[in-house]
Ligand binder design. Sequence first.
Ligand code: RFL
Ligand code: PHB
Length: 390
Amino acid sequence: MRTQVLIVGAGPSGLLLGQLLHRAGIDTLIVERQTAAHVLSRIRAGVLEQGTADLMDEAGVSARMHAEGLLHDGFALAVDGVRHRIDLRRLTGGRGVLVYGQTEVTRDLMAARDAAGLPTLYEAAEVRIEGFDTATPRAHCTVGGEPVEIHADFIAGCDGFHGVCRASVAADAIRLYEKVYPFGWLGLLSDTPPVSDELIYSRHARGFSLCSMRSPTRSRYYLQVPLGERVDDWTDARFWDELRLRLDPEAAAALVTGPSLEKSIAPLRSFVAEPMRFGRLFLAGDAAHIVPPTGAKGLNLAASDVRYLSQALIEHYRERSDAGLDHYSARCLARVWKAERFSWWLTSLMHNFDQEPAFQARLQEAELDYVLGSEAARRVLAENYIGLPF
Ligand code: RFL
Ligand code: PHB
């Protein structure tokens, strides 16, 4: 088989890249290890920056997002039982974020790809890529037991943190930066009304919690849990009891519980691979970087990589200019590191680090006091939360 851009991975990065390139008349083929249903069953991000929503517009897949997405003008930080509102609109000159699930983003992109008749090889096993440092990159995989060979001009590695693309780069050509946190997030999805119209990030002596949502009738909650915790040890009742203990009194009183639709644990990690380009291979999204979810930046960073990569590839084919491709890695990484900094900072501010020295705990209290008491500090938080400019 032959295509212009081979995309490895049908998560939000790969699907969005495919759609933007298709609109510019560029051929793509996507290979995905899982089934489409499996990709859609992973419950992940919920908050879109304006820049990500704009990209959905550009890709022509935003009708349902505008109809069903919830515009949020602010969110709350609750500290030891007292809620403080961060007024995004006032602090950023009128901006906010859109609450619309990653699952829905992915569903809309898959539907658009199907409607356009564009090829995706699902359940592609043993995907291997080679020759990306030459003019003729190739990939091999098996689909339904049959071997498939794919020739492309470029390969886009949109295959997430555990993907094959980054792993195919020679060790001396890549530098990895990583920080692993001593806890994870246990998430629960339920068809119950959210406790509040806005998200609540709570710091508490028992650990961090987050009240989020997918719609006026569907909630998403998270609890900080120690590493090594098992989902099976968390009945729904135990989850709800623990969450209630960590909420401010008003939220605890408003909490409506119900059976879980999904429960899972995600470890928290900060990770960056540099550079993001290796000859004719370009990494995008979680394949190149991971942020802890506290700042709601992972999916949004993936979208910003895809924005730069799609523009660079379009420039290559339309204008025969490789300037965008040459600048791709540096442009992405400038934005990535700022989001890494913000995600690390908000994680450090709101979680319980009871293994750390007492000095650390005092610094955290001082920082919280400062952020909540200073208009300037709140503005910095708000400006980062809505997403830095491109
Ligand atoms: P994905 O979504 O991991 O998709 C990669 C795809 O590649 C496939 N794949 C392969 N295909 C072929 N061959 C191989 N060898 C392959 N290996 C892997 C996989 O099956 C998969 O389909 O990466 P992508 O597209 O870069 O998207 C990134 C986002 O998924 C991620 O950054 C966000 O979910 C992070 N995130 C959040 N981001 C936000 O912007 N806002 C949020 O509110 C937010 N909340 C979250 C989050 C992530 C979480 N978890 C579980 C890590 C909340 C959580 C709990
Ligand atoms: C979510 O709704 O899944 C969500 C929202 C905000 C975050 C992380 C996750 O910071």
